[in-house]
Design a protein around this ligand. Structure first.
Ligand SMILES: [Zn+2]
Length: 243
């Protein structure tokens, strides 16, 4: 087994202000490695390898905490976890006399109020309202993140938009328009960043040629593992996004 297979996934960020390599772990157990501009990303796996016992202890503590988490895959979820952002929300559902489904967000809590008269359709109506909220989160967080990554890699695109795609995580058109799937929010940040690198690299190579993959590797040395993981990432999506 190679080094990279034993290491947990991580997202790489290049910072012009950062002076040394930083390893950050989010409350959801997502690892971010911040490297100074000009630092060779190929050195990161060896650094993580040296910190592996510290990381393993930290992650197992978080894992125990999440094992007690309530169900997040129900059509009326009591928890929503957006791994990409390292954030989670408790969801409280209550019936009321309103005609529409209302959603109120307060810090780590989403309050969903649905019509008592429409109890029979409540699962569908609540799912649709949560999807609308998800679109807002995607616009608010994925678009600036993509813009920041494009600046880091110096690969400018013309426009970016959020879509509710069923089969693709993202795309890049010949006019350099990048589309992102809102469901990327459920994925670990390492996979989201890889998808950004993948689509931004298409700005220079509109194909999957050797030159294209060499460019991807320059920005993301772990691209093969991440590409395979992205192929399996539908498992992160809760049922309510499919309604
Ligand atoms: Zn591609």
């Amino acid at each position: 087994m190679t080094v990279s297979q034993t290491l947990p996934g991580y997202v790489l960020r290049i910072s012009s202000r950062c002076k040394r390599v930083l390893i950050k772990v989010s409350p959801l157990g997502e690892i971010e490695v911040v490297i100074p501009q000009g630092f060779d990303p190929h050195e990161v796996p060896a650094i993580l390898q040296r910190r592996q016992s510290w990381l393993a202890a930290h992650l197992s503590k978080l894992e125990t905490r999440w094992a007690q988490a309530p169900d997040e895959h129900a059509l009326r979820p009591s928890l929503i976890r957006l791994r990409a952002l390292g954030r989670r929300w408790q969801v409280e559902h209550s019936a009321c006399l309103n005609k529409q489904v209302r959603l109120k967000q307060e810090d780590e809590c989403l309050q969903v109020r649905y019509s008592r008269a429409r109890e029979a359709d409540a699962d569908v109506l609540i799912s649709q309202r949560l999807q609308k909220w998800l679109n807002e989160q995607a616009r608010q967080h994925l678009l600036p993140w993509l813009a920041q990554t494009a600046r880091e890699l110096e690969l400018p695109y013309s426009k970016a938009c959020i879509r509710a795609q069923k089969t693709r995580w993202g795309s890049c058109s010949a006019k350099k328009v990048i589309s992102l799937n809102r469901n990327l929010l459920f994925l670990p940040p390492s996979l989201v960043r890889y998808l950004f690198v993948h689509e931004l690299s298409h700005i220079q190579h509109m194909n999957h040629s050797c030159a294209y993959w060499q460019q991807v590797e320059k920005y993301e040395p772990e691209y093969q593992r991440l590409d395979a993981e992205l192929g399996q990432a539908a498992k992160y999506l809760p049922r309510w996004v499919h309604v």
